[in-house]
Design a binder for this molecule. Structure first.
Ligand code: MN
Length: 450
């Protein structure tokens, strides 16, 4: 089915009237969330009841908790970034729908103890949902609406690489609903919402562009401050300050600040070593802004100057990245793209003396031998989640946002180089969303010399 978003564009910036929200960032217009609910309703049968819950706040120990992280689908449908929120949608004929938002109760007394929570009016201003009530009516509404519905559409997370030992709030509420209403026919919203979220609307591109811009700006801030003897943790601290100062909530994922041999460890994130003269430092970092994730990788010389070998490998990775960006376009199959990048990478690995021409010639169509030095994929989709919906995408299309992140990892030489940027797919190809982060080796060296 065609997305409701035209996709792409420069993004429209809509300043908001003063609203009594609790957000650090500038929210996007409620019309975006209303359009998303309209589009979801148009995909569902008459008589359907949609139920989407917020994520839980996860406990740590004693009275501690992790920070709340909103359910991506609830956020996409409402813009509400608050715990215990529930969206209910009753779907009528021809895509008509009645929406109800349940909020954790607030009043002046609760504010003193627990801090500001959304009022009904603020929630309406953010989400466009007119019918806002407190969560204490949830069971009464289910008792009325579940038996009347032809099917119940529930939030599930079917990401192919998902693994978890704990039940999410949506899973727990779904189990409770099935126990109370064993005759109800339940369906998953996952594929409908994944198709919708894969193509970005102009409004959300404002947030995603800002997340990417902050991600790059923090890196540009960092470059003149890096020197041998510094802790990887100090680099993490500089980036964290640079992001939060620009109204990011936090890193969009655990940052990888890896020096020396650890540049070859793909998911290194203890960031505990001092960087040494002659080391490379691989930074896989991103800022989260307005609920959207930036994701960028740069690799830099700790002492400000690449060695000839480091530079040769760096330039090979950069050429592969440029090649990948040059072929990425609407209509190209994702798997074919990954194959073409492998062919390109194979030639570079031969040039660097890492693979022989014979090894590559034995697999001319699809040189899987590159996996010895390049063992991950080139691109994943990006949005509200860092590894966003759409991992099983067949074809690139206008309005999708992807990372482009080739790398070459040579543990024997303590050289791991990955270069990652984020791109929006347009009619003619791609637009780079992180143009403000230096990537040419000369530009990196010049910035570090300042
Ligand atoms: Mn990435």
């Amino acid at each position: 089915m065609i997305s409701h978003c035209t996709g792409g564009g420069e993004g429209v910036y809509c300043g908001q009237q003063d609203m009594n929200h609790t957000l650090r960032y500038e929210p996007i217009p409620a019309s975006f969330y209303t359009a998303n609910r309209d589009a979801l309703a148009a995909r569902l049968p008459a008589g359907a009841l949609v139920i989407v819950h917020a994520n839980d706040i996860y406990p740590t120990n004693a009275d501690g908790t992790l920070a709340h992280h909103q359910n991506a689908n609830l956020f996409y449908l409402t813009g509400i970034d608050q715990e215990e929120t529930v969206l209910l949608m009753r779907i009528g004929e021809n895509g008509e729908h009645d929406d109800t938002l349940l909020l954790r109760e607030t009043n002046e007394k609760i504010v003193i103890w627990e801090g500001a929570r959304l009022t009904e009016d603020a929630a309406t201003a953010l989400s466009g949902v007119e019918d806002v009530r407190w969560t204490d009516v949830y069971n009464a509404l289910l008792a009325e609406w579940v038996p009347a519905a032809s099917s119940i559409w529930l939030e599930t997370d079917n990401h192919p690489r998902r693994y978890t030992y704990v039940q999410t709030r949506n899973e727990r509420m779904a189990a409770a609903l099935r126990a109370s209403y064993p005759d109800a026919r339940t369906e998953s919203l996952y594929s409908q919402l994944a198709e919708m979220r894969l193509v970005k609307c102009d409004e959300e591109m404002v947030q995603l562009r800002r997340a990417c811009e902050i991600t790059g700006a923090g890196f540009a801030d960092l470059l003149p401050q890096v020197k041998p003897g510094m802790g990887e943790w100090e680099i993490e601290a500089i980036l964290s300050a640079a992001y939060i100062r620009r109204r990011a909530r936090k890193f969009s994922f655990l940052p990888i600040i890896a020096s020396g041999a650890d540049t070859c460890v793909l998911h290194y994130n203890s960031n505990h070593k001092e960087v040494k003269d002659g080391d490379l430092i691989l930074l896989d970092i991103g800022a989260e802004y307005g609920g959207y994730a930036g994701d960028m990788t740069r690799t830099i010389p700790a002492n400000g100057k690449f060695s000839p070998r480091q530079r040769a490998v760096y330039e090979a990775v950069l050429r592969v990245q440029r090649y990948a960006m040059s072929i990425m376009r609407p209509g190209l199959e994702k798997q074919e793209y990954e194959r073409l990048v492998r062919v390109n990478m194979a030639a570079e690995l031969v040039q660097l003396g890492l693979l022989t021409q014979e090894e590559v010639d034995a697999q001319p169509e699809n040189p899987l031998c590159v996996r010895k030095y390049y063992m991950h994929g080139t691109s994943h989709s990006l949005g509200i989640d860092v590894h966003d919906v759409g991992s099983d995408t067949k074809c690139f299309a206008v309005g999708q946002v992807w990372t482009v992140e080739p790398g070459i990892y040579i543990p024997a030489e303590s050289i791991g180089i990955r270069l990652e940027t984020d791109v929006l797919i347009t009619e003619n190809g791609v637009g780079d969303l992180i143009p403000n982060a230096p990537i040419e080796p000369d530009d990196i060296e010049a910035a570090m010399a300042r």
